[in-house]
Design a binder for this molecule. Structure first.
Ligand SMILES: C[S@@+](CC[C@H](N)C(=O)[O-])C[C@H]1O[C@@H](n2cnc3c(N)ncnc32)[C@H](O)[C@@H]1O
Length: 268
C-alpha cells in the first residue's frame, strides 16, 4: 500500500526530490516533502556534515552581499536563488540600504511560488522563473528591465548553483554572457561543490539527485578557479566557504569545510 500524498500544490512533482527543497531541508526549512527529506537524509548519511556545508554556504552568501554593498553596489541579480529562508538577499541588502533592488531567478516551482509571496509587497524586489543557462532570457526579462540599471554595477550571485550546470552547457560561457552585459565594477560571488577532498562520499551523495533534472557536477579547485577567468579575484581568492572572509570565527570545526569552494571577483 502506498502512503497518502502530503498536501501540496498539484503542479509540484512529489515523486522526485528537488535540489531546492533538499537544500531547504538541510537548512532546517519547512518547504519540503517526504521525497526530499528521504534524499537529504540519505545524502547526510553518505556525506556527513552536508547540513553544515549548507549553513556555511548561506553565511557566505550574506558576507558576499555585505561586501558588495561596501563596494557601493545597490542592485543584485541572484541566480538560482532557492526557497526563501533566513537571510534572503533582499533582506540583507535592504537592511543596509532600503533602496537596494533585487531580481531573483530560479526554475523550481516551490522556490518561485514562495518567493512571489515573500516579495509581493516589495516593489524593489522581483522573482523570475527561468533557467539560468539562458542568460539572454534572464537579461531581457521584464523583471530585470524594471529593476536593474545595467549601466551601473550589479552584484551577480551564483551561489551553490553552477554545479547544476554541466560542462556541455558551458558554465564559463554562461557566466561570461552575464558579465558581458554588466559594466566594470560589477562583482561576481560564486560558490561551488567539489569532490576534491571526499570523492567517494560526494559521488554517493550526488547520486541521490541523479534521477532529477538537476544532476550535480562537482568541480575541482582549478575548474572552479577557472570560472573567474578575466575577473579580479578579491582576497582571499577561492577557498572553502567558511573561510571566505569569516567574521569572528569560521565555526568550521567539523568535516566538510572544503566541500564547497567560494570566491568573489570584480569585473575591471
Ligand atoms: C542549492 S540551492 C542554492 C540557493 C541559494 N543560491 C543559496 O546558496 O542559498 C540551488 C538552487 O538553484 C536552482 N537551480 C539549479 N539549476 C538551475 C537552473 N539551470 N536555472 C535556474 N535555477 C536553477 C535550484 O532550483 C535551487 O533552488
Amino acid at each position: 500500500m502506498t502512503s497518502p500524498r502530503p498536501p501540496g500544490p498539484d503542479w509540484v512533482n512529489l515523486d522526485r526530490p528537488s535540489p531546492a527543497r533538499v537544500y531547504d531541508y538541510l537548512l532546517g526549512g519547512g518547504h519540503n516533502f517526504p521525497v526530499d527529506r528521504e534524499a537529504a537524509n540519505h545524502m547526510l548519511r553518505v556525506l556527513p556534515g552536508l547540513d553544515a556545508v549548507a549553513g556555511w554556504n548561506r553565511a557566505f552568501l550574506r558576507r558576499a552581499v555585505l561586501f558588495m554593498i561596501d563596494q557601493g553596489i545597490t542592485q543584485f541579480l541572484d541566480l538560482g536563488s532557492g526557497i526563501p529562508t533566513v537571510g534572503n538577499v533582499h533582506e540583507i541588502a535592504q537592511r543596509a540600504d532600503p533602496g537596494c533592488r533585487v531580481v531573483y531567478v530560479d526554475r523550481d516551482e516551490v522556490a518561485v511560488a514562495h518567493t512571489e509571496m515573500v516579495v509581493a509587497d516589495d516593489e524593489n524586489t522581483a522573482i523570475l522563473r527561468a533557467d539560468i543557462r539562458t542568460p539572454h532570457v534572464v537579461l531581457r526579462s521584464p523583471q530585470v528591465g524594471r529593476l536593474l540599471d545595467l549601466r551601473r554595477p550589479v552584484g551577480l550571485l551564483m551561489v551553490a548553483v553552477m554545479h547544476f550546470v554541466s560542462d556541455e552547457a558551458d558554465p564559463g560561457g554562461v557566466i561570461a554572457a552575464y558579465l558581458d552585459a554588466l559594466p566594470p565594477g560589477s562583482v561576481l560571488a560564486l560558490s561551488h561543490l567539489t569532490a576534491d577532498h571526499r570523492p567517494t562520499e560526494v559521488a554517493l551523495a550526488t547520486k541521490a539527485l541523479s534521477n532529477t533534472c538537476d544532476q550535480v557536477h562537482p568541480r575541482s579547485y582549478d575548474q572552479v578557479s577557472a570560472l573567474f577567468t578575466g575577473l579580479e579575484l578579491v582576497d582571499p581568492g577561492v577557498v572553502g566557504v567558511p573561510f571566505w572572509r569569516p567574521e569572528l570565527t569560521t565555526g568550521a570545526d567539523g568535516v566538510g569545510h572544503d566541500d564547497m569552494y567560494a570566491g568573489v571577483a570584480r569585473k575591471v
